[in-house]
Write a protein of this length. Structure first.
Length: 314
């Protein structure tokens, strides 16, 4: 969402990963809404099409962890002007975009309640308000983490992971600041202590870690009991998501290249995220796209079209 790389040195490989992750997030949300995967209305079918949808739905869950791990890996540095710019972007993309939509089609989403909600847009965006709080205290967080030696930092990581796995087992909601802070701290740890020789080998662990992450999906689909598996698969507390994200980001860092077009598109990540997760966006697109009637190919195609439009518009 928010770029943490200096524009003069931005690795387009990492930026491309951020773009791909945003597309996966959009697909994840559309799949969830179209096929009712997160509700009791989900209709299970034991066929290849259903399995493919479930796999893409699960992969979309990796988007937010990838963004936050990149933030931790490269570090967030508090800057007042950057904070102001961040808040202004949120205001423009949420509140002003709502006013534009209301002007064009007032009957679609226009009422006093949605207007009030749009004014307090930040509170309705769990990622943004959690990220901004971490951003406000980023200098203090970094100072504390930088003072820790390997032993103390490892102990801290173990405590955080212990809490995280417990929350995962209890199927607690992961849409909170602890989730982002956990991923951020792990990102700093990997950057600081993982030896370069192991960083170079991370690419060989991408497929094995992906297999571990998606294995429960295959298992639940095979047994015909995916509804009991999904709370464990689609949770940011899922430790296998974190393992997969580590392998992806560290590997991307070692495939350095620079492309202005990719970096430009990546700068619109925040706009894409804010608009498509806004409370009025489903009401805006549902009349035109009846996702429940589409197969996965259409979902992916429409997600790419919507992402492209928001990237360019951002």
């Amino acid at each position: 969402m928010v770029s943490v790389l200096d524009k003069r040195f931005r690795n387009s490989s990492v930026e491309l990963l951020r773009i791909a992750s945003m597309i996966m997030i959009v697909i994840f949300h559309f799949c969830a809404n179209a096929y009712q995967y997160s509700s009791g209305d989900f209709v299970y079918e034991h066929d290849g099409e259903t399995l493919t949808k479930l796999l893409f739905h699960a992969l979309g869950q990796t988007g937010v962890p990838i963004f936050m791990f990149i933030s931790g890996y490269y570090g967030i540095r508090f800057k007042r002007n950057r904070l102001i710019d961040l808040i202004i972007q949120c205001f423009v993309y949420i509140f002003l975009f709502y006013l534009v939509v209301y002007t064009i089609s007032p009957n679609a989403i226009g009422n006093s309640r949605t207007l009030i909600l749009s004014i307090f847009f930040m509170s309705g965006q769990w990622f943004m308000h959690a990220y901004i709080v971490i951003y406000l205290f980023s200098d203090g967080i970094n100072t504390m983490l930088d003072k820790l030696n390997f032993r103390m930092y490892t102990f801290l990581i173990l405590i955080i992971l212990y809490i995280s796995v417990g929350l995962w087992i209890y199927k607690e909601s992961a849409l909170n600041m602890f989730t982002l802070l956990e991923i951020y701290v792990v990102g700093r740890y990997i950057k600081k202590f993982l030896p370069d020789k192991w960083k170079a080998r991370m690419v060989y662990f991408i497929l094995p870690s992906l297999f571990l992450f998606l294995l429960p999906v295959f298992y639940g689909w095979h047994l015909g009991n995916y509804s009991s598996i999904i709370p464990y698969v689609n949770k940011y507390y899922n430790p296998f998501i974190l393992l997969f994200v580590i392998c992806l980001v560290v590997s991307a860092e070692h495939f350095y290249f620079h492309n202005k077009c990719i970096n430009y598109l990546a700068s619109s990540i925040l706009a894409c995220y804010l608009i498509h997760t806004s409370f009025y966006f489903p009401a805006l697109v549902t009349p035109y796209f009846h996702f429940e009637k589409y197969n996965l190919g259409w979902i992916i195609f429409l997600s790419l079209i919507i992402c492209s439009r928001m990237f360019i518009g951002g």
